[in-house]
Design a protein around this ligand. Structure first.
Ligand code: HEC
Ligand code: HEC
Length: 322
């Protein structure tokens, strides 16, 4: 008789332990940002529950992906490289072509995108309402059941916490540390007339938040016309959002189409963009002449770029949880 009940007792204990663990987990979720963090790796927000935001924006790689083009649901390959979502707080627009004007507006787009998560927003909201744990969290934090607006507000609140300002460059800028000779030489080149990087990559996150064309559109094998798709202005042909460069050493491959695998390739390209591809359309006048950087100079610029890596990504085994 007793033996007969044991499995039931064990089962009941297990269920209550699991309930306790989930509850304890949810107890720490008290703000929009912590709820957004949980949702960021929530797979039920994709059509077949196979991927989450974090499948492409991988926290361990500065919230970027390690492949040129990410794979969405049903193994569909996307058509642009996944950018880092760190240091988004001060950006005026999002996506390589700037088609979203706020993080909240942006966040529901990948969910519904057929190539990414493929789940209509209404259905995502329905799933969250059916899930008791999520429903309670939304009621606790927003005093409302899950809806499209509070869902996007949670994502945006989380993404706004993802600022990185603790790099060796920041130490140097704050007068707390030194750069090596190669890094300092790279910094001088970066801001100088010869390499011109600073024409476009400036301000605290190393972007002027403008759209520029560095020559990666020729209408032939480089077919993404970028900003032009949104504005339909000839002058925007082949322009893309200037990406910030914080943590860039961690976010390979590079550019809107992920065509360069390493920073070495990026620098080799910048050194003579016009010598790389035929028929570049509307390339920026900054590249009218080859830059003429020596190999050593290119290497030094890369050394400088590496100083922009947040320490969370340098202490490999002690990744700070963002
Ligand atoms: C299948 C891969 C994939 C998934 C899943 C995905 N993203 Fe993205 N994300 C991308 C790609 C690719 C882009 C760039 C698209 C473009 O520019 O057209 C992007 C762009 C962004 C940007 C803009 C970054 C910038 O530099 O402007 C943000 C913010 C973002 N995603 C957040 C999210 C959130 C939040 C989710 C989950 C709801 C999510 N992403 C899910 C691949 C993905
Ligand atoms: C005229 C403006 C301009 C100048 C000058 C410029 N960049 Fe860029 N940079 C951009 C734009 C725009 C992109 C994105 C282009 C694309 O994807 O088609 C970019 C992309 C990059 C990327 C890839 C980042 C990523 O996340 O994929 C790196 C690295 C980079 N630039 C470094 C540099 C360095 C180093 C220099 C100087 C040698 C430099 N840039 C000069 C505008 C510029």
């Amino acid at each position: 008789m007793k033996l007969f009940f044991y499995p039931f007792i064990l089962f009941a204990l297990l269920v209550s332990a699991l309930g306790f663990i989930t509850n304890a987990d949810n107890k720490s979720i008290t703000t929009r940002a912590t709820l957004g963090k949980k949702l960021f790796s929530e797979k039920i927000l994709s059509a077949d529950s196979s991927i989450s935001c974090a499948s492409c924006h991988k926290p361990e790689y500065a919230f970027a992906d390690t492949v040129a083009l990410s794979i969405g649901i049903h193994n569909i390959e996307g058509n642009r490289n996944t950018p880092s979502v760190l240091n988004m707080k001060n950006r005026p627009y999002f996506f390589w072509d700037g088609r979203a004007a706020s993080l909240a507006e942006q966040s529901l787009i990948p969910m519904a995108d057929h190539n990414e998560m493929g789940l209509p927003v209404a259905e995502a909201v329905q799933r969250l309402n059916k899930n008791v744990s999520y429903k309670n969290l939304f009621l606790k934090i927003f005093k409302q059941k899950p809806n499209a607006k509070n869902l996007s507000a949670a994502f945006a609140a989380y993404e706004q916490t993802l600022e990185t300002v603790d790099s060796r460059f920041d130490d140097w800028a704050n007068g707390d540390g030194q750069l090596t000779i190669a890094e300092e030489n790279g910094r001088q080149l970066f801001i100088g007339e010869k390499a011109k990087c600073f024409d476009c990559h400036f301000r605290e996150d190393f972007t002027s938040d403008e759209f520029k064309n560095i020559g990666l559109f020729n209408g032939n094998f480089l077919t993404d016309s970028g900003r032009y798709r949104i504005t339909k202005k000839e002058s925007d042909m082949g322009k893309f959002k200037i990406p910030g460069l914080r943590n860039v050493a961690v976010t390979a491959p590079y550019m809107h189409n992920g065509m360069f695998a390493t920073l070495q390739e990026v620098l080799r390209y910048y050194n003579n963009p016009k010598g790389f591809f035929p028929h570049q359309v509307n390339i920026d006048s900054a590249f009218n002449k080859p830059l003429g950087l020596t190999q050593k100079e290119q290497d030094d610029i890369i050394s400088f770029l590496k100083t922009l890596t947040d320490k969370a990504y340098i202490k490999k085994n002690k990744l700070r949880i963002f």
